[in-house]
Design a protein around this ligand. Structure first.
Ligand SMILES: Cc1cc2nc3c(=O)[nH]c(=O)nc-3n(C[C@H](O)[C@H](O)[C@H](O)COP(=O)(O)OP(=O)(O)OC[C@H]3O[C@@H](n4cnc5c(N)ncnc54)[C@H](O)[C@@H]3O)c2cc1C
Length: 229
């Protein structure tokens, strides 16, 4: 990896512990595509972060702070105009495979970040039918719900939010429990993209195997455990 300076152009609070950052390169350009990740190098260490969106010299990231004085907390303490060190070469195999068949995008927690980028790439390339599934614990942690509701209005996207620790008017339970219903809706040709905490990624892959979805249609990146990717 090689690192270069980027300026923080904007910071937006997305939930009580998550912020969105827009970083602009002072020199050089980003290479890569939606679904991939960069890395941030700080005094607290170096960690990978998926991109929400990427332009030639700008990316947006969404980072949850844990209060552990790690890289995420280092970012949480930054202000607009600060300089951070970023890898301009995006990496990772979680990329859009096809846009001529239905697609299911499944995220849990901050794993929603690359999944949003992939959904955007899919609908803007004319993808015919998308289901976007997002699992979190409580309503206040439902990231980007208004944005996704807009996608549902203007594109062929069905959104399904699922809460595991709060009763509400929407779906409850783990996100993978809805897969039998979703796989019936999208049919046998759909591609599946999954990102999130390793346990959720593993459980989702197992459910898809049970449903008879071929493994080459299932694309994953399990964070914090390279063996899951
Ligand atoms: C390919 C890839 C892409 C990623 N993309 C993103 C992204 O887009 N956004 C994002 O926020 N993260 C993302 N991550 C995770 C990120 O790389 C870091 O692991 C995360 O920000 C924590 O780093 P840290 O140095 O702050 O944590 P550390 O201080 O090192 O903490 C260690 C770990 O403990 C866990 N932890 C600590 N406190 C808590 C807590 N209170 N609750 C739950 N867990 C806790 C966290 O999982 C953390 O990883 C990605 C990881 C990978 C592998």
């Amino acid at each position: 990896m090689s690192f270069t300076d980027a300026t923080i152009e904007a910071i937006t609070q997305i939930s009580p512990d998550c912020k969105q950052y827009i970083l602009s390169l002072d020199e050089a350009e980003f290479t890569g595509e939606a679904g991939q990740h960069t890395a941030l190098r700080t005094d607290a260490g170096t960690k990978p972060y998926s991109v929400l969106a990427v332009d030639d010299d700008r990316i947006s990231l969404m980072i949850r702070a844990y209060g552990t004085d790690g890289v995420a907390d280092h970012m949480d303490a930054r202000s607009v105009g600060d300089i951070v060190e970023v890898d301009p070469a995006l990496r990772g195999s979680l990329t859009l495979q096809r846009t001529d068949t239905p697609a299911v995008f499944i995220g849990t927690g901050t794993g929603i970040t690359p999944i949003i980028g992939l959904l955007h790439a899919y609908v803007t390339s004319g993808g015919p039918q998308a289901v976007f599934m997002f699992g979190e614990k409580t309503q206040e942690q439902l990231l980007y719900k208004p944005l996704l509701e807009q996608y549902e209005l203007v594109h062929s996207v069905e959104t399904r939010f699922s809460l595991s620790r709060e009763d509400w008017h929407g779906h409850t339970g783990y996100v993978q429990e809805q897969l039998p219903d979703v796989s019936d809706t999208v049919g046998p040709d759909a591609e599946y993209y999954i990102c999130g905490v390793p346990a959720a990624v593993v459980a989702t892959k197992e459910k898809l195997t049970e449903l008879g979805v071929p493994s080459d249609r299932v694309h994953t990146e399990g964070w914090e455990d390279a063996q899951v990717a």
